[in-house]
Ligand binder design. Sequence first.
Ligand code: 5GP
Ligand code: ZN
Length: 124
Amino acid sequence: MSQPASPAPDNCIFCKIAAGKIPSRKVYEDEDIFAFHDINPWAPVHFLMIPKAHIASMAQVGQEHEALLGRMMALAPRLALAEGCRPYPEGGFRIVTNTGAEGGQEVHHLHVHVMGGPRPWLKG
Ligand code: 5GP
Ligand code: ZN
């Protein structure tokens, strides 16, 4: 079964954010990963982590992405604490990656939502 076509990176809002062509409130950046605050936060802390390379969604992830995704997952707790999430177990955070239409994905550049802070939250 073929995957739906990815938008060309030229038209991808998160590629533009990673490249600094669209402004964002940056949380973190290295050679491969960019993190920035969600424009419409659901929680007191809500940022997105993206690979700089355009990957449309988790459905396109292959073995060649294992190291990148591992780095993103290992980085998430550090950034969550730095952005104000309280420590585990009283605090903590939620990591969400929506994938495809039925998974609730709106922006088709792979992103990891990291949310935390005192409840109640708007959603989640
Ligand atoms: P999805 O529904 O695809 O998992 O989540 C996309 C997220 O990207 C949403 O939470 C939305 O608020 C956020 N978002 C969409 N456009 C922009 C933008 O231009 N800047 C920032 N910072 N966040 C965005
Ligand atoms: Zn992109």
